[in-house]
Unconditional design. Structure first.
Length: 436
């Protein structure tokens, strides 16, 4: 029993035992569970993972978890290697974030450059992007990398350069025989808060590189060579094509929350042993919460359906009859993490100045929506599901409303009842791959 495990092995081992029922194999390739344009596959029948011989001092580490998942066919060895790199990179980023106040000249403040979205880059934006990109490139398991801090997707191979920056050699074409993955990421979400010591995070998503690539290339990129065009084509996939996603939260503790399509699992970094340890074997978002998380300073510029919904839940006139409280940090990872654990609704909606929202679809909205859905929640733009939107640009922005199933469904009802044709048209255009 769980109580016996707790007495015999301690809380970490008990958590590992609880994980046995939550961990199931998804198939040799998670993408096989979905219909793709080029093929349709069927996943392997799910089998529970039983943890034995668990160390009562460490519990189940992320490394062991991934080994067990690989043994049972839930992920392949290449995916395991990618997660190993993400594990090491996020540990380095956690150290950098924690040491930033002690190394202000090197780590805090602005870099003096502007990224492709026109945003001033913080020093840590550039440093953490480099950490994550190099860690993933060294795996040799990625075909393409795309980041908030990169103008365009880049090949996922490590290049050796001379002192002048000229490429001397590149790694072999990655996964030429076993298939390619595409990794998209925001290396330091909420970096505008980092100078104040407020929680920040890393967001990532992993796609299988499609066998047949065809896409609408982003406007304004200029002529692309074959390699660049292939990178972009492999990257522009809807969220429903994700095979894995996750985020790292750098706060009073460093937490890593992941999914490979079998639900949500959480790990906490144990600094004493330098390892992520399983602490949340199965994260399930409450069906309904009592918290709304959004920047209410923009209330007057929101779409009318969202205004009406927020006014209703604040006054206790929503379906639950409860008066909701506002909690808003301003860092997506931190706000979504709280929403996953406590329930409620998070939104970074469209407004009059940003009719398409501000969150990036590929490496912020889609991975977070995947995690929330895997935890039993829902994610929409207003009328539409975030995961269904076909991206037409690497840095495309979308409105995001996500959280507890009943809360988001109630909010969506306000949008569905709205008779604003322009609002509905914007949602329909996104689903058609039209962004104005």
């Amino acid at each position: 029993s769980a109580a016996a495990d707790l007495r015999q092995h301690g809380p970490l081992a008990a958590a590992a035992t609880a994980a046995a029922g939550a961990l199931v194999a998804a198939g040799a390739a998670r993408a096989g569970l979905r219909q793709r344009k080029s093929r349709t596959c069927t996943g392997v029948e799910a089998q529970p993972i039983q943890f034995t011989d668990v160390c009562d001092q460490t519990g189940v580490t992320l490394n062991r978890y991934m080994i067990e998942m690989t043994k049972r066919g839930a992920i392949d060895a290449d995916m395991q290697s990618i997660f190993n790199s993400i594990r090491e990179a996020t540990k380095v980023i956690s150290k950098l974030v924690n040491r930033a106040p002690l190394m202000q000249a090197e780590l805090l403040g602005y870099q003096g450059a502007v990224n492709i979205q026109g945003e001033d880059q913080k020093k840590l934006d550039v440093i953490t992007n480099d950490v994550l990109k190099k860690a993933l490139s060294y795996t040799g398991k990625l075909g393409t990398l795309a980041s908030e801090e990169e103008d365009a997707p880049v090949p996922g191979v490590f290049a050796t350069r001379n002192a002048d920056g000229q490429v001397q050699s590149r790694g072999d074409a990655v996964l030429a025989e076993t298939g390619k993955y595409v990794c998209v990421f925001d290396p330091l979400d909420g970096s505008s808060n980092v100078d104040a010591g407020i929680a920040v995070g890393t967001i990532f998503g992993i796609f299988k590189e499609p066998e047949e690539v065809s896409c609408v290339l982003p406007s304004g990129m200029g002529p692309l060579d074959d390699d660049a065009a292939k990178c972009v084509a492999g990257t522009l996939q809807p969220g429903k094509a994700l095979v894995a996603a996750g985020y790292a939260l750098y706060s009073c503790s460093t937490e890593l929350v992941i999914t490979v399509g079998n639900g949500c699992i959480g790990f906490t970094l144990d600094a004493s042993i330098g390892e992520y340890v399983l602490t949340r074997p199965s994260i399930r978002i409450p069906e309904q919460g009592k918290i709304y998380s959004m920047n209410e300073a923009n209330f007057n510029d929101w779409d009318k359906p969202l205004q009406d919904y927020v006014q209703a839940i604040k006054a206790g006139k929503g379906k639950s009859g409860e008066r909701y409280s506002q909690r808003y940090i301003g860092s997506m990872v931190a706000d979504v993490h709280r929403t996953l654990l406590y329930g409620g609704i998070f939104a970074y909606p469209a407004d009059k100045r940003n009719v398409n929202g501000k969150l990036r679809l590929l490496y912020e909205a889609a991975p977070m929506s995947f995690l929330v859905e895997q935890a039993g929640g829902k994610a929409i733009t207003g009328h539409s599901r975030v995961m269904d939107i076909p991206p037409v640009a690497v840095h495309q922005r979308v409105p995001v409303i996500l959280g507890s199933l009943r809360d988001v469904e109630e909010c969506q009802e306000y949008f569905d009842k709205c008779d604003d044709p322009a609002l509905r048209q914007r949602c329909e255009n996104r689903m058609k791959g039209i962004v104005l």
